[in-house]
Design a protein around this ligand. Structure first.
Ligand code: ADP
Length: 255
């Protein structure tokens, strides 16, 4: 039986200067198709707001405008995934969730059953927060928390976060050019989980703290997380397809 993994893609990876970055999107989709050969894959994709903004310029400072942009962008985003994945003979399904869904055993089971059926049929489930009824990840998180919950509650062993940063450093590499990448993290100190949630740009809302929170949740539930660049997929490919860990940060208990 194939192992199950979740891949989460940050907004910056698929969008640039207010529109879809085709070259990176193509590489991402190729990566997903390769990983789907070896694993059951669930995708959590951000980028709906930025995609919506590429269609209509609403002021993103207002939360209701962000919700509207997500509603506009989401179907386009799914359409792009479908179009690009067709080349590899695969297609996608959309699942919109809110964190409350995981508070209810009944709703979690219903969602898990649907996801299991999609995976059994070789379809890529693409999950996003339902930003119309919940704004948690829209305000802070950029789907980092959601993807950790998806990993745990849908029985995946690993979450791969593809970000604008190529791993977790001992300090913010944008502020400290001597920052060093940490290859392996076994546990996360409490004080690291309450820092500033500062995202990389006007569209991103995650930042490193929400990623550490996601990792912490998974470690406490016996699962792991791999944080790697979504701009250059070499480290992610090496790790997941070749079993080589040369870059990117693995958050996992030592075996
Ligand atoms: P994404 O859009 O992929 O969710 P974000 O841009 O929101 O990612 O968060 C990643 C950013 O967090 C990095 O670009 C980096 O500037 C910042 N950051 C702050 N501290 C660290 C750290 N210790 N290690 C790595 N990145 C850090």
């Amino acid at each position: 039986m194939k192992k199950r993994i979740v891949v989460k893609v940050g907004t910056h990876v698929i969008n640039e200067e207010g529109k879809l970055c085709i070259s990176r999107f193509e590489k991402l989709v190729e990566f997903l198709s390769l990983v789907m050969e070896k694993y059951e894959v669930i995708l959590v994709s951000s980028g709906a707001v930025a995609t919506g903004f590429s269609k209509i310029k609403l002021d993103k400072k207002a939360l209701s405008n962000k919700q509207a942009l997500a509603a506009i962008g989401q179907p386009y985003l799914i359409q792009y995934y479908n179009e690009f994945l067709q080349k590899y003979g695969k297609f996608v399904a959309q699942i919109l969730l809110v964190s409350d869904d995981f508070d209810s055993r009944k709703r979690t089971k219903a969602a898990r059953d649907a996801v299991n059926t999609l995976l059994k049929n070789g379809i890529l489930p693409i999950i996003n927060e339902n930003d119309t009824t919940s704004v948690e990840e829209l305000v802070f998180g950029d789907n980092d928390q959601l993807s950790a919950h998806v990993t745990h509650f849908f029985d995946a062993e690993l979450l791969i976060i593809l970000s604008d940063i190529d791993g977790y450093y001992d300090s913010d590499p944008k502020e400290n050019k001597n920052a060093k990448l940490i290859l392996h993290v076994e546990s996360i100190e409490k004080n690291k989980l309450c820092g500033n949630i500062n995202a990389g740009s006007e569209f991103g809302t995650g930042g490193i703290v929400t990623k550490l929170k996601a990792a912490d949740f998974l470690l406490k539930n016996g699962r792991s997380m791999f944080l790697a660049s979504g701009f250059n997929l070499k480290d992610a490919k090496d790790f997941i397809l070749e079993g080589k860990h040369s870059g990117g940060t693995l958050f996992a208990a030592k075996e």
